[in-house]
Write a protein that binds this ligand. Structure first.
Ligand SMILES: Cc1ncc(COP(=O)(O)O)c(C=O)c1O
Length: 407
């Protein structure tokens, strides 16, 4: 047997992706983390490049990934229990660190219970597998993350039982709710907390209010679900995410430990019964090994830091550096999408200019993400900057100065 014939077909498919402009660039490899020095934050070395880079494309908003307490917690847990769990959760793969993390994240987001997953991606899929039946109707924001779109697909409901509302458009959400068939018993309204390409947020207070008005129409009600992967840890007065910012909590909260908390893994937090249904029914929980104890112990430490004076200081610096960067863009007359989140999009609105600026910044030691068609619609070409708590005043000034110099 050989894969020659398949290889030939796949080569054609890859060529087609390239022609559609959808092929991904080769991955850069980070070979060294350089500690902050003088007035500058950390830098990174890439394989095959002599520059030292500042990262403005990292989701580690609180810069906890390199925190010594997280590394120590991971080391201690590994020394105690080993590197891998040896089996899935149901076959004695549940360790004290898994249980601790579930209790800690549930308390942090103020829900009765939580289940942890290997990622937020598999959390979304797991939720869909657990709470959907043939009388369920799903409604989602038009700009929801790929993992939510995938979750809605694997919920195995006919397309008639799905609605998409225009981004953050509450009138359109009502239209979707009005269109739900009277035979439906359960409606799930699901949305990103922070929209990762734009840095804007879902108005959870308004969404909750609208959904509540429709709740009595359906046997099991209208359930609101936020995936706040970019909000939790990084947004709101106490870093509890978009719920904190909007002062309103949806019924179910999904999130990641892989962004502001600087580790890895995802979670679903909700009522005890929903979480038990997830445990019983979510294939992406049941049939796969869990996170390592190292990840869990590091994530608990990250939440503890986030909940302490140190965390509030990190959040304060994150907010100040974000404001500094946004004000710098404004002074230069650059277009962005307003808001306090550390995802700061610079609207370029031209593919070539986007590529040229990304390359210019790269040559000057700055890592950012350029978003062009088909990732964003034509005319919405953007460079996404992500501010982290480790960035210093001098770092942000440096980047603003570069943007000023780019002609
Ligand atoms: C809304 C949303 N959900 C899920 C994810 C994926 O998170 P994870 O890496 O934990 O799967 C992302 C990140 O890209 C995201 O923006």
């Amino acid at each position: 047997m050989s894969t020659n014939k398949l290889d030939i077909s796949l080569t054609h498919e890859l060529k087609a992706l390239k022609q559609e402009g959808r092929v991904k660039a080769p991955e850069r490899i980070i070979e060294k983390y350089i500690l902050p020095k003088d007035k500058f934050g950390p830098r990174y070395k890439l394989v095959g490049n002599d520059n030292e880079f500042i990262r403005l494309n990292s989701n580690s908003y609180l810069s906890l990934s390199n925190h010594s307490k997280l590394a120590d917690a991971a080391d201690t847990a590994t020394c105690e229990f080993g590197v891998g769990p040896g089996a899935v959760r149901f076959i004695d793969g549940t360790f004290i660190h898994h249980d601790r993390l579930e209790k800690r994240i549930a308390a942090f987001v103020d829900k009765p219970a939580a289940k942890i997953f290997n990622s937020a991606y598999t959390s979304n899929c797991g939720l869909a597998l657990s709470i959907s039946n043939n009388k369920t109707h799903w409604i989602g924001d038009q700009l929801n993350h790929n993992s939510i779109i995938r979750a809605m697909r694997i919920s195995n409901i006919p397309s008639i039982n799905k609605g998409i509302f225009n981004h953050n458009d509450m009138t359109d959400l009502k239209r979707c709710l009005d269109q739900v068939s009277p035979d439906i018993e359960r409606v799930i309204v699901i949305f990103d907390g922070i929209f990762s390409m734009r840095g804007d947020y879902a108005p959870i207070n308004e969404i909750n209010k609208i959904c509540k008005a429709y709740d009595s129409k359906f046997k099991d009600g209208v359930i609101t679900v936020v995936d706040d992967s970019h909000g939790i840890g990084a947004y709101g007065n106490t870093g509890r995410g978009t719920s904190d910012f909007c002062n309103a909590s949806p019924d179910i909260i999904i999130g990641t430990f892989g962004k502001a908390f600087g580790v890895n893994g995802g979670f679903i937090a909700a009522s005890n019964t929903i979480v038990e249904s997830v445990r019983q029914k979510a294939d992406t929980y049941i049939y796969t090994n869990p996170l390592s104890v190292a990840d869990c112990a590091a994530a608990v430490t990250a939440i503890d830091i986030c909940d302490s004076d140190e965390g509030l200081k990190l959040l304060k610096n994150l907010k100040e550096r974000t404001a500094q960067f946004r004000q710098g863009l404004e002074k230069l007359g650059k277009e962005s999408i307003p808001g306090p989140h550390p995802v700061v999009p610079l609207m370029i609105r031209d593919t070539k200019k986007t590529h040229d600026l990304v390359k210019f910044l790269f040559d000057q030691g700055v890592l950012v993400v350029g978003l062009t068609f088909p990732v964003v619609p034509k005319g919405d070409e953007t460079i996404r900057f992500q501010i982290n708590a480790c960035h210093t005043f001098a770092d942000i000034e440096y980047v603003i100065e570069l943007l000023n110099n780019f002609k």
